[in-house]
Design a protein around this ligand. Structure first.
Ligand SMILES: O=P(O)(O)OP(=O)(O)OP(=O)(O)OC[C@H]1O[C@@H](n2cnc3c(O)ncnc32)[C@H](O)[C@@H]1O
Ligand SMILES: [Mg+2]
Length: 203
């Protein structure tokens, strides 16, 4: 049987890599939205859910395939939840992980260790088709702290600044398998897959 085919409603190379690693073992083939000429949509929502829906709907409409979208971001307590839904463009356009990380360090310059708590959020939306009235939606978070300086080369985005006390490592110091097992994205995907399983028949 050929694997089920999905379009991934994302232009982020780091996310695409992680989704390939997570979905391949499940027999789910994912193609990047760029393969279908889908450009980034304007993320005009005020929540991760709204933005993920906008992305999934556009990718599904243009590809004619079921679409999976991920809207995610970093919530920092000492910054009243910023950068939140604006995480990708925290330091302005064009998006740059390097400048985003620099801006985050600057914003937290006066915040001492112990008050640098943060979490990643990941909202996943799966649409069976562009007009699907019952999107499958899951959200998961991943708790950590913001470091004073970057550590590690792996992952993407804010990972070099995202410290995991339990692992005694930054997210960028984990290998891909560890990050996928622990992360907001990895656990949201597990929950999504569980939610996709058919309901047992009732008598
Ligand atoms: O919208 P798409 O095309 O998927 O790509 P994007 O990079 O714009 O993605 P988002 O709008 O969802 O913004 C999420 C940002 O949050 C950050 N982020 C999310 N998950 C992350 C992770 O696992 N590691 C590091 N940073 C992450 C990173 O800066 C992302 O750019
Ligand atoms: Mg985006």
């Amino acid at each position: 049987m050929s694997p089920a085919l999905l379009v991934l409603a994302s232009g982020n190379a780091g996310k695409l890599r992680e989704f390939h690693q997570l979905l391949a073992p499940l027999g789910l083939e994912v193609h990047a939205q760029a393969d279908y000429g889908v450009a980034d949509v304007e993320e005009t929502g005020l929540t991760f859910v709204e933005n993920a829906l906008l992305k999934a709907r556009e990718a599904s409409r243009l590809s004619g395939l079921p679409a999976l979208a991920d809207d995610s971001g970093l919530e920092v307590d000492a910054l009243a939840g910023a950068p939140g839904i604006y995480s990708a463009r925290y330091a302005g356009e064009p998006k740059s992980d390097t400048r985003n990380n620099a801006r985050l360090l600057e914003a937290l310059a006066e915040v001492p260790e112990g008050r640098r708590r943060a979490r990643y959020w990941c909202v996943l939306v799966l649409l069976r088709h562009a007009e699907d009235p019952v999107p499958l939606i899951v959200q998961r978070s991943w708790e950590g702290e913001i470091l004073q300086a970057p550590r590690g080369e792996g992952g993407f985005g804010y990972d070099p600044l995202f410290w995991l006390p339990d692992q005694q490592a930054s997210a960028a110091e984990l290998d891909a398998e560890q990050k996928n097992r622990l992360s907001h994205r990895g656990r949201a995907l597990q929950a999504l897959v569980a939610a996709m399983a058919p309901e047992p028949a009732r008598s």
